[in-house]
Write a protein that binds this ligand. Structure first.
Ligand code: TLP
Length: 344
């Protein structure tokens, strides 16, 4: 039985072209700055995002951690939405490794509004940590793959700058936001001092992220990457796939969004299934209120029929579309679900 894997866009296999690019990549020792493929990837990512320089990192988690460590000193205060991946899913690295004091803001579906930041940042006082960094996430994972409204981002980040805060964007799925909003990547990246993009999500590279920012920022970040053990040698093997992904996989993300919408409408036509958040990109958070059922039971029943998903709460399941999911599979998932829940 071939599975329909909707657990995440991280499960995607590299395309045959990516494997070919990896096989024939020109390589060197990247700690010496001598891997031409890594250098090309870093330059292309920086250029696409309108920044001076880039740094290839092993993962999105590492890219975010390096960014926050580069912007701050231990003991500083970092402002984040309470559902931010950096806070929620990165093993507490912001405190354990970076030594930061997280100041959580209960954003409006992942968006920290200007007035919320205004209330959160306290005036200078001998008792308080140094307010140093604001992080945002676009698209926002726990807010259902939401695209942050750009005018609101501008309003909040403008205030953050006035307050002397640095700005980092977790752009693990920034290209999904680009596809959904038709705004250029550099426009969405412009308000931020640093941006981390993932190559291994919807873009389907097997691994890697790129952190971009000013030349000075990236020089410091490069040293922190080395300290964390992330200085890789012939890393061009992985960067080659990432470069191919960045150059060829962004334009097709709209197809994933269309399929997520179609899956959402198919599933919510079944009594007892509803959407927790509107579908804006390639994610769906489904709530189940069918008597006798919960998320775990539906995940297990799907799994038996080859449909893979992740329960995220007692009554909620996340489904993510990606390049290995086609229209026929979307229809199958809806049909299978109807059968399981007796709605066929
Ligand atoms: N997200 C993964 C899991 O960690 C939850 C997923 O399946 O969605 N920022 C955001 C917004 C992310 O969604 C992720 C991964 C990361 C950072 C971390 O990237 P990796 O997995 O490369 O460390």
């Amino acid at each position: 039985m071939q599975s329909i894997d909707l657990r995440s866009d991280t499960i995607t296999q590299p395309t045959p072209e990516m494997r070919e690019a990896m096989y024939s990549a020109e390589l060197g020792d990247d700690v010496y700055g001598e891997d031409p493929t890594v250098n090309r990837l870093e330059a292309v990512a920086a250029q696409v995002l309108g920044k001076e320089a880039g740094l290839f990192t092993a993962s999105g988690t590492m890219g975010n951690l390096i960014a926050i460590m580069t912007h701050t000193n231990p003991g500083d205060e970092i402002f984040l939405d309470a559902g931010a991946h950096i806070y929620y899913y990165e093993v507490g690295g912001l405190s354990r490794v970076a030594g930061l004091v997280p100041h959580l803001i209960e954003g409006d579906r992942g968006l920290i509004r200007r007035h919320q930041l205004e209330q959160a940042v306290r005036p200078d006082n001998i008792h308080f940590p140094e307010p140093k960094l604001l992080c945002m996430e676009n698209t926002h994972n726990r807010a259902g793959g939401r695209v942050l409204p750009h005018d609101e981002v501008l309003a909040t980040t403008e205030l953050a700058k006035q307050l002397g805060l640095r700005l980092h964007l977790d752009g693990a799925r920034l290209f999904n936001a680009v596809a959904a909003s038709s705004q250029a990547p550099a426009v969405l990246a412009a308000p931020f001092d640093s941006i981390m993009i993932c190559l291994s999500k919807g873009l389907a590279a097997p691994m890697g992220s790129v952190l971009v920012g000013s030349t000075k920022f990236i020089a410091k970040a490069r040293k922190i990457r080395k300290m964390l053990g992330g200085g890789m040698r012939q890393a061009g093997v992985a960067a080659a796939a990432g470069l191919w992904a960045l150059e060829h996989m962004t334009d097709r993300l709209a197809d994933d969004h269309e399929r997520a919408r179609s899956l959402g409408s198919g599933l919510t036509a079944i009594p007892g299934l509803s959407l927790l958040q509107p579908v804006e990109t390639n994610m769906l958070y489904i709530q189940i209120t069918v008597p006798g059922w919960n998320a775990e039971k539906l995940v297990a029943a799907w799994e038996e029929r080859g449909v893979r998903s992740n329960a995220v709460a007692g009554d909620a399941i996340r489904l993510v579309t990606h390049w290995e999911i086609d229209d026929a599979q979307i229809q199958s998932v809806v049909a299978i679900t109807k059968e399981i829940l007796g709605a066929a």
